[in-house]
Design a binder for this molecule. Structure first.
Ligand code: ZN
Length: 181
């Protein structure tokens, strides 16, 4: 009998035990932090994602609980050269291993090759989708060829450098949680 899984509060363990899958498609309005990155424009398409649970070593006393996540969106960012909107396709394909609690997750994430998260409290899958898409955004988005004449301020190479070096809040997240290849 298949359980009904809720993306906003996913029982990751049961999801993995069943080898279940979920997929979703939301407008940008469902993702406040992504909307903020686009200055309220959102994107030219919806945010789409798929998630799949997997139990590795099922005969082991403590089998490994995995979640595989894929997400895509075309995000309307601001071109750092001409300062007009630029559509940037962003895609994420990641796998996470889940352990019992935050303490184990922190210790094992540090020590192992993979990304380790905690099972506690149920997983907000949509928040994870948003986190991952935010981290995949380019720091200095640009058009390949800008559609409008570049103004003098934006064409100044020093201006470009300053923009590229401006602190990105998600760069900080990156530092807190080491990314794995
Ligand atoms: Zn541009």
């Amino acid at each position: 009998m298949s359980k009904e899984f809720k993306a906003r509060r996913l029982d990751v363990k049961a999801f993995a035990q069943e080898g279940a899958a979920l997929e979703g498609r939301e407008s940008f309005q469902a993702h406040e932090r992504l909307m903020a990155e686009t200055e309220g424009r959102g994107g030219s398409s919806a945010v789409t994602w798929t998630a799949r649970g997997e139990l590795r070593n099922p005969r082991h006393v403590q089998p490994d609980i995995w979640l595989h996540l894929g997400a895509q969106a075309v995000v309307s960012l601001t071109c750092q050269r001409c300062l007009s909107p630029v559509d940037v396709p962003v895609a994420v394909d990641r796998s996470f291993r889940f352990v019992a609690d935050e303490q184990l997750a922190a210790a094992q994430d540090e020590a192992s090759e993979e990304d380790v998260l905690a099972l506690e409290g149920g997983l907000d899958l949509l928040e994870l989708v948003e986190d991952e898409l935010l981290m995949a955004l380019p720091l200095a988005p640009r058009h390949l060829i800008c559609p409008v004449p570049v103004n003098l301020a934006a064409a100044d190479p020093e201006f470009d450098t300053a923009e590229a070096e401006r602190e990105n809040p998600f760069a900080l997240l990156e530092q807190l949680k080491p990314r794995k290849p």
